[in-house]
Design a protein around this ligand. Structure first.
Ligand code: ARG
Length: 461
């Protein structure tokens, strides 16, 4: 084991300490390269406008830096930008690359900032982009579930509590329930988006800098609604930001997990309500007859994983003192992985839902006389009997209970949100509003970044 230090931009570091502290950053940070360049473009643009006797950079020089950054962004899009262990992370790698191509100019870009506000802004820009993708994918699944409901609108299905047959329900009630759950989960995502929509740039190491930096300007240049106000808070908000997004992802994953569990159960031969297309199932290496719902099982497991990431992020922060601490580096991976898993799960669930079919004879077969017991008691109530007496009467005479027509039972629940009171248009409208909002936000941030860079963004490759 070598004891001599390895040379880095920030001095010599023992190689083992370097590799331990750098961790997975040379790989994970590749995803931040684009955003790091954009954050730096805003920072140097602001520096060039800063009112000081000796300008740090002229406007012309800041333009040169922005050009250099665009080059790095193109390299990164082509998979040619690399981060070495000696670089430690994307921030120092970008600075090294700028210095290689621009000399002293590259050595000026870090004036008035720290890697702490730099990584915080990178993650927030990455997150804004990811959240908008997450919103679109969540609505795609919701839309697919509503379509499935409309296609199967007249098919009754036994409603269950405790998994026991309970009351008449329908396939459409089942599937729009999960669509509505996703739309509700998006309210958590919206809260995460709003919390993320603050610019930490200029907080530097967490205590600001003795320079007349314009924090409103950098926030505006990057398309954030506002900067964080208190610079110490801006620094402490790192980690919380990731945890809040993971909390929203967890809610989506919980919806997916329960839906997956229903599908596993209802597609097993003993139920046979739903059919999963064979190409979306996997086989067994020994049992030739098998078509297994592995996708759904993995969704169930992944919901636990994302929940775990959220818990880990919260636990990392719990006893961390105020101010930057390296612990925070590990919340980055949790967020990135949690987001990747959630988005992947949404896409595969949409594929499943798009090709799911119902065996209407099987779902109808699921009805027993008992499923109509409550409806029968309410019929007696309609004849003037107090509910508790009607309940007792039906319970004591279960043998007499006759099976009724499930279609009639469905049609009888005309109240809001009941089997005959589902408002598909309302769901479609909610979906449309959310999708439109996400697209507007994306277009607006792309326009802002295009203006900052002076070239159209996303860059054409
Ligand atoms: N890779 C680091 C992180 O994610 C960058 C910030 C390092 N800052 C520091 N003061 N050591 O947190």
């Amino acid at each position: 084991m070598s004891t001599s230090g390895k040379k880095t931009i920030l001095g010599k570091i023992h190689p083992d300490v370097l590799s331990f502290t750098v961790g997975k950053d040379p790989v994970l940070d590749l995803d931040l390269a684009l955003w790091d360049c954009i954050g730096t473009a805003a920072h140097v643009t602001m520096l060039s406008k800063m009112k000081v006797k000796t300008p740090v950079l002229s406007e012309k020089e800041s333009g040169q830096v922005v050009k250099g950054l665009i080059e790095i962004m193109r390299e990164s899009a082509a998979g040619k930008f690399t981060i070495s262990v000696a670089d430690q992370d994307v921030h120092l790698a970008v600075e090294r690359r700028l210095t290689e191509s621009l000399g002293d100019l590259g050595r000026k870009v870090h004036t008035g900032r720290s890697r702490n506000d730099q990584v915080a802004v990178d993650i927030r820009l990455h997150m804004r982009d990811q959240i908008l993708g997450l919103i679109e994918e969540t609505t795609q699944l919701a839309a697919s579930l509503v379509k499935f409901a409309k296609k199967n609108v007249k098919i009754p299905m036994v409603g269950r509590t405790h998994l026991q047959p309970a009351m008449p329900s329908s396939v459409a009630l089942w599937s729009t329930a999960y669509a509505e759950s996703l739309l509700d989960d998006l309210l958590m995502v919206e809260a995460a988006y709003t919390l993320n929509d603050r610019c930490p740039l200029g907080s530097a190491a967490g205590y600001g800098v003795p320079l007349p930096i314009d924090r409103n300007l950098t926030a505006r240049l990057l398309g954030f609604s506002t900067p964080h106000h208190n610079v110490f808070h801006a620094s402490n908000a790192r980690g919380k930001d990731e945890a809040v997004v993971l909390a929203a992802c967890t809610q989506i994953m919980l919806t997916l997990s329960r839906m997956a569990e229903d599908l596993i159960l209802f597609s097993m031969p003993e139920f046979g309500y739903f059919v999963l297309p064979p190409e979306l199932c996997t086989g067994s290496s020994i049992m030739p007859q098998k078509y297994n719902p592995d996708v759904l099982e993995l969704i169930r497991a992944k919901s636990a994983i994302v929940m775990g990431y959220g818990t880990t992020a919260n636990t990392i922060m719990k006893a961390m003192p105020g101010g930057y601490n390296r612990d925070l580096q590990d919340t980055k991976e949790l967020y990135m992985e949690g987001m990747r898993v959630t988005r992947g799960s949404l896409r595969i669930m949409t594929l499943m839902t798009d090709s799911l079919s119902v065996r209407s004879a099987k779902v109808r077969d699921g009805f027993s006389a008992g499923v109509f017991a409550t409806d029968r008691a309410l019929e007696l109530v309609a004849g003037g009997m107090p509910f508790r007496d009607a309940y007792q009467y039906v319970r004591s005479n279960l043998d007499e209970l006759e099976s009724a027509d499930p279609d009639v039972a469905l049609a009888a629940k005309t109240h809001l949100g009941g089997t005959a009171g589902l408002d598909f248009k309302e769901y479609q409208m909610r979906i449309k509003v959310v999708v439109k909002g996400a697209r507007l936000r994306r277009r607006s941030s792309e326009r802002t970044i295009s203006k900052l860079l002076g070239v159209s963004f996303p860059l054409d490759t």
